[in-house]
Design a protein around this ligand. Structure first.
Ligand SMILES: C[S@@+](CC[C@H](N)C(=O)[O-])C[C@H]1O[C@@H](n2cnc3c(N)ncnc32)[C@H](O)[C@@H]1O
Length: 202
């Protein structure tokens, strides 16, 4: 089993989303860690005949919190350990065309060269300016009426404080661009949105 920072309900939903792939765009994940969310999304995508690159962005360098989270789930990591090889091993058994971009967001997004985006999963940036700079870079690639945006830290401000409100502020400030399609109140901080129409960036 892959250590996860998200519950099985979200993994099942990602698998379902992938299986509904329309064929129009690629999938992008910011904050992939060991692959617990990428793998079910890929499983669904493969089921529906996905033939594009899967873009994954992360530092892939274990910190203290990650070592603890993995240990609780029976996997031993060490602080500073390079994790991209574990992520790649976990995803390769499902899909071969996974692009791993290792480094700090939003800067690492300069290496993103594919368009359009059908699935966009945010599980790294939760504070500004990183959150909004990632969104400014990726939203122009979204497909109105098609793209699904997963904000896996959407409700985390309820535990973590005001500086984690960037995802909520973003959705609140753009009410006609996104419709919430799924969340799990009382279970986790994740929420998924359908992209309806372009944002008029100021
Ligand atoms: C919550 S974990 C992802 C968990 C994974 N999606 C899951 O459910 O198991 C967040 C990941 O984002 C990465 N991360 C956080 N901030 C980042 C940044 N600014 N640039 C690149 N990676 C970042 C961390 O290295 C970490 O692996």
């Amino acid at each position: 089993m892959i250590p996860a920072m998200t519950p099985v309900e979200v993994h099942n939903y990602l698998r379902f989303l992938g299986s509904e792939w329309s064929g129009q765009g690629c999938a992008v994940e910011l904050g992939s860690w060991l692959g617990a969310t990428a793998v079910p999304l890929l499983e669904g995508l493969v089921h529906s005949g996905y033939d594009k690159l899967f873009w994954a962005f992360d530092y892939w360098r274990a910190d203290h919190r990650q070592v603890q989270k993995a240990a609780i789930q029976g996997v031993r990591l060490s602080i500073g350990q390079e994790l991209v090889s574990i992520f790649t091993r976990n995803t390769k058994s499902v899909y071969d065309e996974v692009i791993t971009i290792q480094g700090g967001l939003p800067r690492s997004l300069s290496q993103f060269t594919e368009s359009p985006i059908e699935f966009c999963i945010f599980d790294a940036p939760k504070r500004n300016p990183v959150f909004i700079e990632c969104m400014q870079k990726l939203e122009p690639h979204f497909i109105p009426g098609v793209t699904v945006l997963g904000l896996l830290d959407f409700y985390s401000y309820k535990k973590g404080g005001e500086d984690r409100k960037a995802p909520v502020d973003f959705i609140t400030e753009n009410p006609t661009s996104f419709t919430m399609i799924k969340d799990w109140p009382g279970i986790c901080s994740c929420a998924f949105f359908k992209y309806e129409k372009p944002i008029l960036w100021k």
